[in-house]
Write a protein that binds this ligand. Structure first.
Ligand SMILES: *Cc1c(COP(=O)(O)O)cnc(C)c1O
Ligand code: SF4
Length: 336
C-alpha cells in the first residue's frame, strides 16, 4: 500500500467542515512542499508580517504544481515584499474600521445594515485589510447580536441585513439559527445577504444542516461569494453553489483586482465565464484597499479601466463586474 507522506497530504480524513477548517495548512514550508516547490524556501520571508498563513487543503489541491506564480498560491503565501513600506499604504483606514466594527454593526449605506457576524476566516488572504485587524469570534456573541439587531429593528429604513466579517459562515449553524430567530422580529427587513468566501475555499461548509437553515430563512436571500480566479472553482464548488441555489439563494461574486493574479483580460473573462457556469453572476471587481503590506498587488486605475473595456468588448453585459473603490464618507461604493 502506498501512503502519502503527511507533509504532502491534500485530502483529509473527514468531510466535516470544522475538522477540515482545523486541518488547514499553516506552515509556509509545508505549503511549498504540497505544491511541488519544497526546494523554494528562498521564496519565504523571515516572518509572516504578523498575519499567519492559513489555507484549507482542498484549496491547495487546486493550485498548479511546481508554479511559484500560481494565482491561488500568490493569494495566500506570505511574501518578502509585504515588508516593504509604501507611501499611502497604511493601517489607519483599518483602525477606523475596527472602531466601527467593534459595535458589530455598520450602517453606512441607505437601506442596508452590515453585521460583523464573525472575525474568523478559513483562509488568510494576503491582500485583505484583515491582516491588521485580528478581531475575534467574540463579536458574534449572542448578546452583541441582540443589541445590533435591536438597532436594526428601530430603523424602518433598513430593508436589507448583510452578514459579513471575517466570514459569517465561520459561525456554527446553531449560531446562525439564533440570528434568524432575531430576524423574525425585524418586520422591515426583506432581504438577507451573506458575504462569504467559504463556499469557494471550503465548500464542505455548505452541508445539510446549513442548507436546512438557509432554506427556512423567511426573507429573500443573496449569497455574495468571493473568488478572484477561475481556478478557484472546481466540481466541489459547483456542487456547493447548486445546493445554495436550491435553498433559494441568488448567487453573486465579488473579486479584488490583484496584480499578478487576475490583472489581465483573459483571466477576468475566464473568471466571469466560470462563475456563470456555476450559476453565479459577477457583481463587484474591487480596487485594492490601500493597506500596509499589500502594495505589490495594486493595479493602477488607468489599467483597471482598460481591462474593463476589454471585458465589455468580449462578454455579455451581465458578465462584466462593476469596477469600484470603497471611499470613506461616500454614499455607495464609488464606480471607477
Ligand atoms: C459594501 C458595503 C455594503 C453593501 O454595498 P452594496 O453596494 O449594496 O453591495 C453595505 N454596507 C457596508 C458597510 C459596506 O461596506
Ligand atoms: S476570506 Fe475575505 S475577509 Fe477573510 S481574509 Fe479572505 S478576503 Fe479577508
Amino acid at each position: 500500500m502506498i501512503t502519502a507522506s503527511p507533509s504532502i497530504r491534500l485530502s483529509s480524513p473527514s468531510s466535516d467542515w470544522r475538522e477540515l477548517w482545523r486541518d488547514a495548512i499553516t506552515d509556509p514550508a509545508e505549503l511549498l512542499r504540497s505544491v511541488g516547490l519544497g526546494d523554494r524556501t528562498d521564496l519565504l520571508p523571515a516572518d509572516d508580517a504578523g498575519f499567519a498563513l492559513r489555507v484549507p487543503r482542498g484549496f491547495v489541491a487546486r493550485m498548479r504544481h511546481g508554479d511559484p506564480a500560481d494565482p491561488l498560491l500568490l493569494q495566500v503565501l506570505p511574501q518578502r515584499v509585504e515588508h516593504d513600506h509604501v507611501e499611502g499604504f497604511t493601517t489607519d483606514a483599518v483602525g477606523d474600521m475596527a472602531a466601527k466594527a467593534g459595535q458589530g454593526l455598520l450602517h453606512k449605506y441607505d437601506g442596508r445594515a452590515l453585521l460583523i457576524a464573525s472575525g474568523s476566516c478559513a483562509v488568510n488572504c494576503r491582500y485583505c485589510f484583515r491582516r491588521h485587524f485580528p478581531y475575534g469570534e467574540e463579536i458574534a456573541a449572542a448578546g452583541q447580536w441582540r443589541e445590533a439587531l435591536s438597532r436594526v429593528r428601530e430603523d424602518p429604513s433598513i430593508r436589507e441585513l448583510i452578514l459579513s466579517g471575517g466570514d459569517p459562515l465561520a459561525l456554527a449553524t446553531g449560531k446562525l439559527e439564533e440570528l434568524s430567530r432575531g430576524l423574525a422580529d425585524l418586520p422591515y427587513v426583506t432581504r438577507l445577504r451573506i458575504h462569504t468566501r467559504l463556499p469557494v475555499v471550503l465548500p464542505e461548509r455548505i452541508d445539510a444542516p446549513f442548507l436546512a437553515w438557509l432554506d427556512a430563512v423567511p426573507v429573500q436571500k443573496v449569497v455574495v461569494l468571493h473568488a478572484n480566479h477561475a481556478n478557484e472553482l472546481d466540481a466541489d464548488v459547483d456542487a456547493a453553489c447548486a445546493r445554495l441555489r436550491d435553498a433559494g439563494a441568488i448567487l453573486l461574486n465579488q473579486s479584488v483586482l490583484l496584480r499578478g493574479i487576475n490583472d489581465d483580460a483573459d483571466a477576468l473573462a475566464d473568471l466571469s465565464e466560470r462563475l456563470f457556469a456555476a450559476g453565479v453572476l459577477p457583481y463587484y471587481l474591487h480596487q485594492l484597499d490601500r493597506v500596509q503590506g499589500t502594495a505589490h498587488f495594486e493595479v493602477e486605475d488607468a489599467r483597471a479601466l482598460a481591462l474593463l473595456d476589454a471585458l465589455r468588448a468580449r462578454l455579455p453585459g451581465y458578465l462584466v463586474p462593476r469596477l469600484v473603490r470603497e471611499m470613506a464618507g461616500d454614499a455607495s461604493k464609488r464606480p471607477l
